[in-house]
Design a protein around this ligand. Structure first.
Ligand code: NCD
Length: 347
């Protein structure tokens, strides 16, 4: 793996390798000293062209836990607002010695462009591009689901996939890069996915995606769902009105208190409720649902740091980088490599 740009082209083995490495990274996060020396001397640049709190902070925490130097670059207040091109920004960062560039951009395809050109010789991680993909979000979601699924089965999560798990993703699919990345990754990991949305919030061509589509949230829930993922209504990307009123939206498509009660009365005691954040409480999810014991919202945030540590680790010290880029010359696999570090560090 040279870059992490999408889940659509992420192989099952690479996906599981990232999830397994993240499990090892999570163990580091539970220690008093949450730091590994692995990426000492390497520079990670967070290049954010769109507002973000949790994703940027999550990447920053991940890079710092691996001892990398972190440079945060927000387009707002930079030369980008003076008209600087992506190419010039990238080349400037390259000249400053960036080893990895974590890019969030409002334009779908911007991270691919960065990775496909010779503007920069750094590993590129897509932290969300337009309405296209958000691979680390889907990986942290899969990590959260896999832990839940393995716990139910009483088996270890390492090496496992999500075979047989029923996942429903509801809401603003049209504008959601989280939904797209999840659909591809969940298919690769063997889960069954149902998208639930009003027809106006489903993209053209959705019938060709590897999932089912429903317009009725109650019906989908009654059929049995192991993980219910609610999507944010992305007001900032809406240039028309996609539903009559917010009240009608929350009544038909939101995970409200009635639906929370319905899970109990239907006897689905193990169904988890997920949301990538930021949440519009009272619109796509009620406060009771977001704060209920079924909610994995905070676990997702926590798991995000482990997933991003795993991604940075595998890209920057993995065996597919040129020798000059190796953090430690070794023939072991990155996962074995991490185990060694984790074990050594925990003494
Ligand atoms: C998501 C995003 O930015 O795509 N949020 C996130 O990464 N924390 C989802 C969203 O904005 O609704």
């Amino acid at each position: 793996m040279r870059h992490l740009l999408s889940t659509e082209d992420l192989s099952r083995s690479n996906a599981i390798r990232i999830l397994d490495t993240a499990e090892e990274m999570a163990a580091v996060g539970e220690r008093e000293v949450k730091k590994l020396p692995t990426l000492r001397g390497r520079t990670v640049v967070n290049l954010f062209f769109e507002d973000s709190t949790r994703t940027r902070i999550s990447f920053e925490a991940a890079a710092k836990r691996l001892s990398a130097d972190v440079i945060n670059f927000a387009a707002k207040g930079s030369s980008v607002s003076k008209g600087e091109s992506l190419k010039d920004t990238a080349q400037t960062l390259s000249a400053m010695g960036a080893d990895a560039v974590v890019i969030r951009h409002w334009a779908s395809g911007a991270p691919h462009r960065l990775a496909a050109t010779d503007w920069i010789d750094a590993a590129v991680i897509n932290a969300g591009d337009g309405t296209h993909e958000h691979p680390t979000q889907a990986l942290l979601d899969a990590f959260t689901m896999r832990r839940h699924w393995s716990k139910l089965a009483g088996t270890p999560s390492a090496g496992a996939d999500l075979s047989g798990m029923r996942v429903a993703i509801a809401g603003d699919v049209l504008h959601s890069r989280v939904a797209r990345s999840n659909v591809w990754l969940l298919r690769t990991l063997g889960a069954e996915v149902t998208l639930v949305a009003p027809p106006t919030l489903l993209p053209i061509g959705v019938e060709k995606w590897p999932c089912s589509v429903s317009y009725d949230l109650d019906q989908t829930l009654a059929g049995g769902v192991d993980a219910m993922m609610m999507l944010r209504v992305q007001g900032e990307r809406m240039n028309a009105s996609f539903f009559p009123t917010t009240r009608e939206y929350s009544r038909r498509w939101g995970f409200d208190d009635n639906r929370l009660r319905a899970l109990d009365s239907l006897g689905f005691k193990d169904t988890i409720i997920m949301h990538p954040g930021p949440m519009n409480r009272g619109l796509e999810i009620s406060s009771a649902a977001a704060d209920s014991p079924r909610s994995t919202v905070l676990a997702q945030v926590r798991n995000g740091v482990s997933i991003r540590m795993a991604a940075l680790y595998l890209l920057l010290s993995g065996d597919t980088r040129e020798p000059a880029h190796h953090a430690n010359s070794t023939h072991s696999t990155p996962a074995e490599n991490t185990s060694a570090l984790v074990t050594k560090e925990s003494h």
